[in-house]
Ligand binder design. Structure first.
Ligand code: SAH
Ligand code: SF4
Length: 392
């Protein structure tokens, strides 16, 4: 789909793309400098450390800004590499302060990233790990998308960099940050792209760079049980599990991956998650679907299932999308369900829907804005893609 758009642009001869340094791990950065013969092997580590601060602490996208690097070296770097950000195809800001960017990583590879402000200055960035998803949860719009590819570590990090640019949050503030947390709850299943997700977390959490602590990074999974241990070992990230049902018969329908890794195996895997404790609880996500999983009996079943697991519960009001047969539970049903959990000691379990006016809510990512853009295009059929512009 998007591919056709971009191919129609390129009539001139293709120009060689310079490797981009801004999404490499520390090791990858040192290796790239040596491979391009810009830096001698014995100086690679030192030079990489110096560049790292400019790229990830100051957020620069121009080698000329690196004032403590010799002029000739800066010129050689600019000759061999780039630091440019991917193109922002669309930017929207909701009445409630939620921001959403549609970012074009490559021709046809567009991902959405959402910033959700919290009370005070802090806020969470919801990043995507794949374009589309192979898992087909029946209530999720992302699962209906045809195009699927893993995002690279650089493409995941770029989402954070784009948000930081837009929030004017360079150099990396020590405290009082607007972008204080990262959640892997955008498009895709992060545990099907663990290598890149782990590298991205290494980059994002590095103390001399973006410096968002691993305890403020949450990875949400639909339950790829065999990868849970490695996720914990490699990333020390907080874990969120998309549970949505308390018995296998229903979870098989809502989250078909459950047929492969049923609830009992899932809970066993969670209990063994490295670092799990009362101070580092797992978050259980539970989408509220009218007449499907929202009865008081199911709230009690949920409590029983989670007994002894250090847990938080997030009730997510279902976000409907065109063509879905599911409906969101009534507010009364959600409150009754939440009250049962509250009574058992789970605090404020309802996740308030944010950014609904800009279609920034869970499960609506990407496909909805494709729809909006398509209808905008229909109204102005001769407009070239460049004219899609920025929507504020
Ligand atoms: N694939 C991962 C992470 C991305 S989905 C996972 O499934 O956990 C992030 C969260 O949004 C998940 O809890 C998912 O179940 C939820 N979600 C998906 N579609 C939704 C919808 N239409 N309404 C509400 N929540 C939805
Ligand atoms: Fe994929 Fe998560 Fe959506 Fe399921 S809920 S289809 S795993 S993105």
């Amino acid at each position: 789909m998007g591919v056709t758009l971009d191919l129609s642009r390129g009539s001139s001869a293709p120009t060689a793309v310079k490797p981009n340094l801004s999404g490499l791990t520390r090791k990858g950065l040192a290796e790239a400098l040596v491979a391009a013969e810009v830096v001698k092997p014995e100086k690679a580590k030192m030079r990489a450390t110096q560049l790292w601060r400019w790229i990830h602490h100051y957020g620069v996208t121009d080698f000329a800004m690196m004032t403590d690097v010799a002029k000739e070296t800066r010129a050689a770097l600019a000759e061999a590499f780039s630091l440019t950000r991917p193109e922002i195809v669309e930017r929207q800001v909701s009445k409630d302060g939620t921001r959403k960017w549609l970012i074009r990583m490559a021709p046809g590879i567009e991902v959405e990233t959402v910033y959700i402000p919290d009370v005070g200055r802090s806020g969470a960035l919801c990043v995507s790990s794949q374009v589309g998803c192979t898992l087909n949860c029946t209530f999720c719009h992302t699962g209906t998308q045809a195009l699927v590819r893993n995002l690279t570590a650089a493409e995941i990090v770029a989402q954070v960099q784009v948000a930081r640019d837009d929030l004017s949050e360079w150099p990396s503030p020590k405290e009082d940050r607007r972008l204080s947390n990262i959640v892997f709850m955008g498009m895709g299943e992060p545990l099907y792209n663990l290598d890149n997700v782990a590298d991205a977390i290494d980059i994002i959490s590095d103390g001399e760079g973006i410096a968002i602590s691993r305890r403020r990074i949450t990875v949400s999974t639909s339950g790829v049980v065999p990868e849970l241990h490695e996720l914990g070992e490699r990333t020390q990230a907080m874990l969120a599990i998309s549970l949505h049902a308390t018995n296998d018969a229903l979870r098989d329908v809502l989250v078909p991956l459950n047929k492969k890794y049923p609830i009992e195996q899932l809970i066993a895997g969670i209990r063994a998650y490295p670092g799990l404790s009362n101070a580092r609880r797992v978050t259980f996500e539970y989408v509220m679907l009218k007449g499907v999983n929202d009865s008081p009996a199911e709230a009690l079943a949920l409590l029983k299932l989670l007994k002894g697991v250090p847990a938080k519960i997030n009730l997510i009001p279902f976000n409907p999308w065109p063509g879905t047969d599911y409906e969101c539970s009534s507010w009364g049903a959600i409150e009754t369900f939440a009250a049962i959990l509250n009574k058992a000691g789970y605090a404020s379990p309802i996740r308030t829907p944010r950014g609904r006016d800009i279609l920034a809510a869970c499960g609506q990512l990407k496909s909805e804005s494709e729809k909006v853009r398509a209808s905008a295009r229909r109204k102005a059929p001769v407009e070239p893609p460049e004219a899609e512009g920025i929507v504020v």
